[in-house]
Design a protein around this ligand. Structure first.
Ligand code: 1CP
Length: 345
């Protein structure tokens, strides 16, 4: 079989597929006992990400467990901030902590040029994973959106409301735009390298889109995702690589999220399905089952999943996925159940 027979890639081309392709955001990770068995050998999560053979093993765990229709590179969106000297560490129960966050406009001015080779460990992980996967199972490469990376880099950690970041962008709009341009260029080079090493599709995670009201969203996030996707579509290495964009809880209408140059929109849990159906033939759709449904009993999981499959029955290019990542409290047997009943549909 060749890669082109992947139903996931066919759906990204907005083709009708014989079966609905399935994968899950955060399909590898803390809900799996196999993951913990590997994770316990590393104190800092990023040290684990810097080991390509370990990333390969982790990316394959959900493929082996559930026979999903695509793998996703095992890594994190915070590799770029780490590579530009912001010194990212993952602290137990706290999440990411930056030792050297962006604290001033001078810091932005003095950033060294992004060196794409500093993230060689990620490209090696793509290469190894791709070689280990079944031939018709593609691999998704990914990056955070420039805005989401900037928010973490300025806040210096995760936060509920990113108040410090919001103040910073009000105080230094020009410098922040400069930083967003810098990150856009870094994301482009980084994603292009992932494609060179075998990534079959790209997903951009705008996980903190919801921090911005609509006017600010267009200025600080949308603008740069659009820039990034046109850079990718205009480069000979990446021009044919499908692009998926995930926007978490957007404050703008779904229609305006159909960024120029994207192939697939990944819907958040609260997205309006009727609006999504209007995007037929414009973009493929991925999502949007609420991961919380996986905490319910099987009859509810089935009813909720089938509601989505019924709605998108005639939609060319529908990919089953969650509206956000699988959380650590989810029982893997429920993930198996969900996958099985989608296949039975
Ligand atoms: O301690 C641990 O074991 C670390 C847990 C973990 C894992 C398994 C983190 C820390 N990252 C990851 C892997 C990861 N992250 C993947 C590959 C796994 C897969 O999808 O199969 C991907 C695609 C990501 C992307 C990512 N990292 C996002 C975007 C997706 C989303 O959920 O919105 C974000 C926001 C991050 C940041 C991040 N990484 C990890 C944590 C704890 C956080 C912070 C989350 C927050 O701000 O609340």
């Amino acid at each position: 079989m060749t890669q082109t027979e992947s139903i996931f890639l066919a759906a990204l081309r907005k083709e009708k597929t014989s079966e609905t392709p399935i994968w899950y955001m955060r399909q590898a990770g803390r809900y799996m006992p196999e993951y913990h068995a590997v994770r316990k050998n590393f104190k800092n999560f990023l040290d684990m990400c810097k080991r390509p053979e370990v990333c390969c093993e982790l990316a394959l765990q959900p493929i082996n467990a559930f026979k999903l229709d695509t793998a996703i590179l095992f890594s994190d969106i915070l590799t770029i901030p780490d590579a530009i000297g912001l010194e990212v560490e993952f602290i137990e129960k706290q999440g990411p902590v930056f030792r050297n966050p962006i604290k001033s406009p001078e810091h932005i001015k003095n950033l060294a040029a992004f060196n794409v080779n500093d993230l060689e460990y990620v490209y090696q992980a793509v290469k190894l994973t791709k070689a280990a996967l079944p031939k018709n199972t593609p691999i998704i490469g990914f990056a955070g959106s420039p805005w989401t990376l900037a928010a973490y880099s300025i806040e210096g950690k995760s936060s509920k409301d990113f108040e410090y970041t919001k103040k910073f962008i009000e105080t230094y709009p020009d410098e922040v735009n400069k930083f967003l341009n810098y990150l856009t260029n870094a994301c482009f080079l980084y994603l292009r390298e992932q494609v060179k090493y075998g990534a079959d599709a790209i997903q951009i995670f705008d996980s903190w889109a919801n921090l911005l009201p609509s006017d600010k969203y267009f200025e600080y996030s949308y603008q740069y995702i659009t820039k990034l996707t046109s850079m990718l579509k205009n480069d000979p290495t990446t021009s044919n690589t499908p692009i998926i964009v995930f926007t978490r809880d957007p404050r703008v209408e779904m229609n305006s999220l159909v960024y120029k140059n994207i192939d697939c929109l990944s819907l958040y849990t609260n997205s309006d399905i009727q609006q999504a159906l209007l995007l037929k033939d414009k973009v493929a759709i991925q999502g949007n089952l609420d991961p919380k449904v996986l905490l319910e009993e099987r009859s509810i999981i089935k009813a909720e999943a089938y509601k989505l499959l019924d709605a998108f029955k005639e939609y060319p290019g529908y990919i089953f996925n969650l509206g956000h990542g699988i959380t650590p409290d989810i029982d893997p047997s429920k993930v198996k159940y969900l996958t099985d009943i989608i296949r039975e549909y």
